[in-house]
Design a protein around this ligand. Structure first.
Ligand code: AKG
Length: 403
């Protein structure tokens, strides 16, 4: 949690002020996602005495107020068949795709996995084998931290272009990604290794991030590392690996990708990001709690299914390393993002990449006469380069590594 301190500069005070505003706003949105609960007006609102932000806070606060829309129309069918559903945008009406479809993504309560409930562990494993995707609750990351991180990230995206480009690659594609011909609405910051405090510091220093933002990014990286290691460990245990084989997840490098989709009224219905799989072992995604648009490919039907966010939960995706490491048991889910609303969308992905030494190879537990070794051992960085050089972003490159 960021504490206000004496001795801050004007800009730092403004940043702190904005983070507090954003936290309040996020809490109000989160409440609206959970149900039609409206908080009672605060005293200051009743008196009409709104606080007026100034300086950096004022410009950010203006920018994050969504443009009021002229049309209000409920979605009856999936948005991909026609222009996206556009709802009147108030804080209690987020832009989602279709709640009926969400049922297809299993929701796993992490507190119930492991010894607490073999059934919940089996559901976790089955979700990874069938769909390659599930939602987790009971992860232990406090909602205030998630809201603070969103606010901090918005500040980073407001940096000038030359400052953003100081977020250079550590390995190909790990730094700042500018809008491109393929993904014109999309930009992203990258941080490798998000599990290493020194790398998190270096990321913030390069961007000249204010102290409040640095504290938030560090706290978030630390907490999300705990979450991702917990999910990976529980998945490994559900697949029958013993403690010794799975404890090493703590040392695996992690990458942050902080995504922004620059949507406008003219972009509704177009692609936010192309179809891809994640190259990593698994991903923990903090979605935009107000703007949907993520779709996952259901292997059973060959159809993309909209996945609406659920406040307070994370979406977990299995990536290419997950498939190779499990000797083909886990499914690397293809996904894409579509623009469903004329307001910017932010999401934060943490990827658990591959073992520390970069060598990806299925443990012996997953190999037997019925399931012979499917992939040759490979180096993760080489694999990433292979994907990029051949433009094979949707798991196709794995076929090149078959044993
Ligand atoms: O923004 C999203 O919802 C998905 C992001 C994503 O697919 C990625 O970062 O790989």
């Amino acid at each position: 949690m960021i504490k206000r301190r004496r001795g801050w500069s004007g800009v730092e005070r403004n940043v702190w002020y904005f983070v507090q505003q954003a936290k309040r706003k996020a809490t109000s949105v989160a409440l609206s996602v959970v149900g039609p609960v409206r908080r009672p007006p605060r005293q200051s609102e009743q008196r009409g005495a709104a606080r007026v932000p100034h300086g950096v806070a004022a410009s950010l606060s203006r920018r994050t107020q969504p443009t009021p829309l002229k049309t209000a129309r409920e979605s009856e069918t999936r948005h991909r068949h026609r222009a996206s559903p556009i709802l009147r945008h108030t804080r209690t009406q987020p832009f989602f795709c279709g709640a009926a479809e969400m049922a297809k993504v299993p929701v796993i309560d992490l507190r119930l996995t492991g010894a607490a409930s073999p059934e919940e562990s089996a559901r976790l494993r089955e979700a990874c084998e069938r769909l390659g995707c599930f939602r987790v609750t009971g992860h232990g990351a406090p909602p205030e931290l998630l809201a603070e991180m969103k606010a901090a990230v918005r500040l980073l995206f407001d940096l000038p272009d030359d400052a953003k480009r100081r977020n250079t690659d550590v390995i190909p594609g790990s730094g700042y990604v500018a809008p491109s011909a393929t993904n014109a609405l999309y930009e992203a910051f990258g941080l490798l290794d998000a599990a290493a405090p020194a790398d998190v510091d270096a990321f913030c220093a390069r961007l000249d991030a204010p102290p409040g933002v640095r504290e938030t990014v560090k706290a978030y990286a630390e907490k999300m590392h705990d979450v991702i290691v917990d999910v990976a460990g529980k998945l490994a245990s559900s697949m029958g690996l013993d403690q010794e084989e799975r404890c090493s997840f703590k040392d695996w490098p992690c990458q942050f990708r902080i995504n922004k989709y620059n949507y406008t009224e003219d972009t509704v219905g177009s692609s936010g990001v192309q179809v891809h799989t994640d190259s990593s072992f698994l991903t923990v995604l903090q979605e935009d709690e107000c703007v949907g648009g993520l779709e996952v490919l259901d292997p059973a039907t060959g159809e993309f299914v909209p996945v609406d966010p659920v406040a307070g939960s994370f979406l977990i995706n299995i990536g290419d390393v997950g498939t190779a490491w499990s000797n083909g048991r886990l499914h690397n889910v293809k996904h894409r993002v579509r623009c469903v609303a004329p307001v910017p969308r932010i999401s934060i992905a943490m990827f658990l990449l591959a073992p520390k030494d970069g060598r990806v190879s299925a443990p012996e537990t997953f190999v037997d006469a019925d399931r012979p070794r499917r992939y040759k051992a490979f180096n993760y960085d080489d694999y990433r380069r292979l994907r990029m050089s051949n433009g094979e972003h949707a798991g196709e490159a794995l076929a090149r590594l078959e044993a």
